[in-house]
Each structure stands twice: as C-alpha cells, then as structure tokens.
Design a protein around this ligand. Structure first.
Ligand code: HEM
Length: 392
C-alpha cells in the first residue's frame, strides 16, 4: 500500500493499546521509512518512548520479551549511573523508532513497526550508593524468600534491569545486545530471561492470553487507562515497582489432573477464563456461591479466591506474565516469568504473596526458582532522560 496513511491506520494500534500507551504519530516513524516500505504497515506500531511513565507497562504485552538483570561494576556511582541512563535514553529513543542506536554494529537490524519498548529498573543496591539512600522509593524492598521458593542464584537479584519487548524476536535480541554493550563500562549481566505471550486471538481480536497451564491469565487485572489501574500501578512521581518471579510449572503432574480438577485449583474455567460461578471471562467471581452439596463453588484454596482483592483488603497488583521454556539438550522445563507492577511493593504485593505461599492450591504444581525486585523510575520527555530527577 502506498500514499498517506489514514487516521485509522495511524492510530489503529492505539485502540488495542488502550489508554496510556501513546503511539507515535507519523513524524518519527515516517521519517525512518524508506520509500519502498509499506508506510501503512509500519506506522502506528511504534510506541511513543516519551511520557510521564515508562510506556511498556500500560501497553499491550509484546509477543517476545527479554529481561536482563545487571550487576553494577565496582566504583560506579551516582554520576556514572547518570551517564549510563543518558546513553540508554538515546538508545531507547532510536531503537523504539526503528533507527540504529548510536554506534550500532548491526544497523539493519533496527526496524520500525515492531512496537519495541524498553523498561529500565533499579535494584535495591542503587539506593545504597552515596547520595541515593534518601531516594529509595516509598514501599520498595526486596522480596523475602517464601517457604515454597527454591531460588537459584542464576535467576535471582540484580542491580539494574532492562526489559525489552517487541512483536519481533530479532528486534528484541538486537536491542538487548545494544543496551548491554553500552552498559559494559558500568555493569555486567547477571541473568537473562526470555519469554513470550500472545494477546491476539486467531481472528485477530485482542485476547487476554494464556499461560502454559492453558489458563487464561490476566483477567482480574485492572485495565490500563482506568483509575483502578492508575492507583494500583503508579507512585505519585510516575514510577512504579516491578517484581520478577521465575516460576517453574510442572506440566507433567498438572496434565495428570482431570480438567475439572485443574479448573478447581484456580476457580475459573479453562475454556474462556470465566469464574466457575459465571459464564463470561469478565463476570465477577461469586465467592459465596455453594453447590448442591453445600461446598463452595470457588474453593477456599482456589488461586483466584486467595488472590482476589476483595479477600485482600482491596490490595491489587498488575500482572503481566511471560511464558518461558528452558531447554537443556532434550529436556524442557516450562514456566511463567511472573511480572507484577504495583505502586507500593511492600503494602500491595508482599501480603498477597505470603497468603498464596501459605495456602494456594497451585503451589502443588508450581515452584518459584528466581526472584528479583526493581524500582521503575518515571518516564522521560523529549528534553529529558531516564531517571533524571534521581540522578541529575
Ligand atoms: C505460576 C504461578 C501462577 C499462575 C499459573 C497464576 C495464574 C493465575 C490465573 C489463571 C488467574 C485467574 C485469571 C486472572 O485473573 O488473571 C490468576 C489471577 C490472579 N493471580 Fe495468579 N498465577 C500465578 C502466580 C501468582 C502470584 C505469585 C501472584 C501474586 C503474588 C498472583 C496473583 C494473582 C492475582 C492478584 C490474580 C487476580 C485475582 C483477581 O482479582 O481476580 N498470581 N492467576
């Protein structure tokens, strides 16, 4: 297709993205298209890197993502961290628009139209650096080890985080490589995790997506663009916190259950994610409903009951998981990279986690093998850079 893109083509993706995930207009994306490329096919799928919040959080889940946690090198101080953030800011702006990053050794791998986003976070260590101790965000802490955790050092902790997402795996790998290369004088990778998610149904319509247990996962989330989302996710400064939990799923023993046993463990139907007390995905859970034998329809230890905000003093979180597989020779491990955003990690996330650790029916088939927590600074505007307020 040639010619000027229509308004709908330009902003088509914004509808799916829901409010909060602004989409770049023609200026950025058009400027980087060669004449031979189909303008309408790519324009509108670049996500605006600027804003009050880092933009990926409220945007639809990308098809592919990689997380890299890094350890600060000895001697890296506030000023050095500021230099890295300025470097990363220019990388993020360029790569997000499909332009090579400064010094890019593989410039052809930078392509527009893949909804590439980068989210950057700081581990607790950053807030122990001279001059930064007083800036630790309210309600930000590490996650204590839970009784069911079997944490492996190779998936745990980290001083910095980059989370790159895109609808194209090559673009993710390329962006990660650039960001990690630019960080080399400041920090070295500690762990990497690669995941995938699908928010598009066979008919092209937006769907919630499924984890590898075949559960519709994400239904109970506050929806981006709503006051519930804003109060759940954003701290007053526009930042948030992110918990990353690598949760191994035992698909073999899960597969030994009947379908109704699987559904009872969560309290929702596998077919469409509806509560066992309802018919449609977004029907409210009826936590009081009882069956003919006077048993609770949504069991006492069902995951959707235990995690429901009405059972947790109104506490909510915003989950945005990624499926993963980890192959070693012929052996495959499958799981969920559980990602949870909340304004206040201590008061919103930790009590919920403790409750699930104590009683969740799903614990029988899940093992958390990695855990990390990051403060996610606010977004940046055209004339600024990442975490400028913290590090300038
Ligand atoms: C591998 C482990 C996990 C799996 C497979 C899983 C799966 C699910 C599923 C299928 C639902 C119901 C659909 C939905 O609302 O999204 C759900 C809901 C939920 N889960 Fe998990 N989950 C896991 C771990 C966790 C953890 C670690 C937490 C928090 C500490 C958590 C918090 C929640 C919350 C808050 C809801 C929504 C409850 C509501 O308000 O309706 N989940 N999860």
């Amino acid at each position: 297709m040639t010619g000027r893109p229509s308004r709908r083509q330009l902003f088509g993706y914004a509808g799916v993205a829901a409010a909060g995930a602004a989409v770049t207009g023609g200026a950025v994306a058009l400027g980087n298209n060669t004449a031979s490329q189909s303008v309408s096919a790519v324009v509108g799928r670049d996500i605006n890197p600027y804003g009050d919040h880092q933009p990926a959080i409220a945007a639809p889940a990308p098809k592919h993502a990689e997380l890299v946690a890094l350890t600060l090198l000895p001697g890296i101080d506030k000023a050095a961290l500021g230099r890295l953030m300025r470097l990363w800011t220019s990388d993020i702006v360029a790569l997000g628009a499909g332009r090579p990053a400064p010094g890019d050794t593989a410039p052809e791998l930078a392509v527009p139209g893949v909804a590439l986003t980068v989210t950057v976070g700081f581990g607790l260590k950053v807030f122990t650096l001279p001059g930064l101790a007083a800036s630790r965000p309210h309600g930000f802490s590490d996650v204590p080890v839970m009784s069911h955790d079997r944490l492996q050092p190779g998936w745990t902790g980290g001083d910095l985080l980059v989370l790159v997402g895109a609808d194209d795996a090559v673009s993710v790998v390329h962006a990660v490589r650039r960001l990690v290369a630019d960080a080399a004088p400041f920090a070295k990778p500690l762990w990497r995790q690669t995941g995938f998610w699908n928010v598009t149904g066979p008919d092209g319509q937006a769907v919630t997506g499924r984890n590898l247990f075949n559960q519709v996962d994400g239904t109970g989330n506050p929806a981006p663009g709503t006051p519930d989302f804003d109060s759940t996710v954003w701290a007053p400064d526009g930042g948030t916190t992110l918990v990353v939990r690598r949760i191994s799923l035992n698909l073999d023993t899960w597969d030994e259950l009947t379908r109704s046993e699987q559904e009872r463990a969560v309290g929702r139907k596998l077919s469409n994610g509806a509560p066992l007390t309802g018919t449609a995905e977004h029907d409210e859970l009826d936590l009081l409903a009882r069956d003919a034998d006077n048993q609770l329809v949504i069991a006492k230890n069902a995951h959707a009951r235990l995690s429901h905000h009405s059972e947790n003093d109104g506490r909510r979180i915003f989950r945005k998981g990624l499926n993963y597989v980890q192959d070693t020779g012929a052996t495959r491990e499958s799981g969920l990279i559980f990602l949870s955003y909340q304004a206040d990690l201590v008061s919103q996330f930790l009590p919920l986690l403790a409750r699930l650790d104590a009683a969740d029916a799903l614990n029988e088939w899940t093992t958390t093998i990695g855990s990390a927590a990051f403060a996610i600074p606010p977004g940046f505007h055209e004339d600024g850079w990442l975490a400028q307020k913290l590090l300038a």
